[in-house]
Design a protein around this ligand. Structure first.
Ligand code: MN
Length: 132
């Protein structure tokens, strides 16, 4: 169980991702744009940030670059949430400082596995779901 920040402007995707993460026992912070996401990241220092690429205003890659320059967030992993699957996109995502990416549309099983593996890289929370 960990705190995970989602930055996603599509309300349907945001709702789905937040639902899946909460079902898995995580605490979820939600932001619909990059500015709001950056503010929440600086307040809460979540071990994992899921960042949509196409956002209104500042795009997700610029936001990732900004967050990676912030020393107080050196323990936060940033994963791009992206529908992009073209050759070269992964390089762009990595170049912006993202630690990985998760493809949209979200497939439940794959998504939760990717989150678990990202969190284990972040050196944070135990993976086992703990019933309350
Ligand atoms: Mn978007």
């Amino acid at each position: 169980m960990a705190t995970i920040l989602i930055v996603e402007d599509n309300p349907k995707n945001l709702k789905l991702v937040a639902f899946l993460l909460r079902q898995a026992g995580h605490d979820v912070l939600e932001a619909a744009d990059a500015q709001c996401g950056i503010e929440l990241a600086r307040i809460h220092h979540p071990p994992l940030i899921l960042m949509d690429i196409q956002l209104p205003g500042m795009d997700g890659l610029t936001a990732a670059r900004t967050l990676k320059m912030d020393d107080s967030l050196s323990n936060s992993k940033i994963y791009a949430l992206t529908a992009l699957a073209m050759k070269g996109d992964e390089e762009r995502i990595r170049a912006a400082g993202c630690d990985g990416y998760i493809s949209k549309p979200i497939r439940y099983q794959e998504f939760l596995q990717a989150v678990a593996s990202a969190l284990s890289q972040a050196g944070g929370a135990p993976m086992a779901h703990q019933p309350e």
